[in-house]
Design a protein around this ligand. Structure first.
Ligand code: PRP
Ligand code: URA
Length: 193
């Protein structure tokens, strides 16, 4: 996390760190996913193992959530990936939806929202609203850095959604950026700052 925050870290290393941290966070976030028995045969004997009982959807929030997808798919290759496009209006800090191609009813039971930054919480809350209307039975949020304001907003609106983050920072500045944070997660991943 220290290297991720460091302004001297360039986009390539930044993307690698986002992926590594995503792997660690998802280990925790998926630990309670229900499993069912699966019979296999080792070369020596039958064995009863386990496989995931529910269909899992990863929901990266464009743009910054894209950087978490490959690491997530490495853990659960059979997961579906549903992209949601939101950006924050710089003046109001409210999320504006610009991309959503979800089919009319839910195709997965559990959704893991992937977005590195939970700032005001507007984008995360809007994403969970969309997923619940879609019919997702269970939603979890996975991010890298949160402000207390964002955690409060998301958990007031959706108390049933667990929040998995790597760091809880101090506060937001007057432009809605997390302090100390890491700056703009999308710009730092994609070299557009
Ligand atoms: C960032 C981030 C979140 C949002 C968090 O995206 O990736 O989606 O801000 O802020 P909030 O909690 O106050 O809603 P941004 O709107 O900058 O879009 P981008 O990823 O396309 O740069
Ligand atoms: N979005 C970011 O990328 N960084 C912040 O600090 C807040 C919102």
């Amino acid at each position: 996390m220290t290297r991720l925050r460091d302004e001297a870290t360039g986009p390539k290393a930044f993307r690698e760190l986002v992926a590594e941290l995503t792997t660690l966070l998802l280990y925790e976030a998926t630990a309670d996913l229900p499993t069912i028995a699966q019979e296999v045969k080792t070369p020596l004997a039958p064995y009863t193992g386990a496989r995931l009982a529910e269909k899992v959807g990863f929901v990266p929030v464009l743009r910054a959530g894209i950087g978490m997808v490959q690491a997530a798919l490495a853990l659960i290759p059979e997961a579906q990936v549903w992209h949601i496009g939101l950006f924050r209006d710089e003046r109001t800090l409210r999320p504006i939806e610009y991309y959503n191609k979800l089919p009319s009813s839910a195709t997965v039971q559990v959704c893991l929202v992937l977005d590195p930054m939970l700032a005001t919480g507007g984008s995360a809350t809007a994403t969970v609203d969309i997923l619940k209307k879609w019919g997702a039975k269970r939603v979890k949020y996975v991010g890298l850095i949160a402000a207390p304001e964002g955690v409060r907003h998301l958990s007031d609106a959706h108390p049933d959604v667990p929040i998995h983050i790597a760091a809880l920072d101090e506060r937001l500045n007057d432009k809605g950026y997390i302090l100390p944070g890491l700056g703009d997660a999308g710009d730092r991943q994609f070299g557009t700052g």
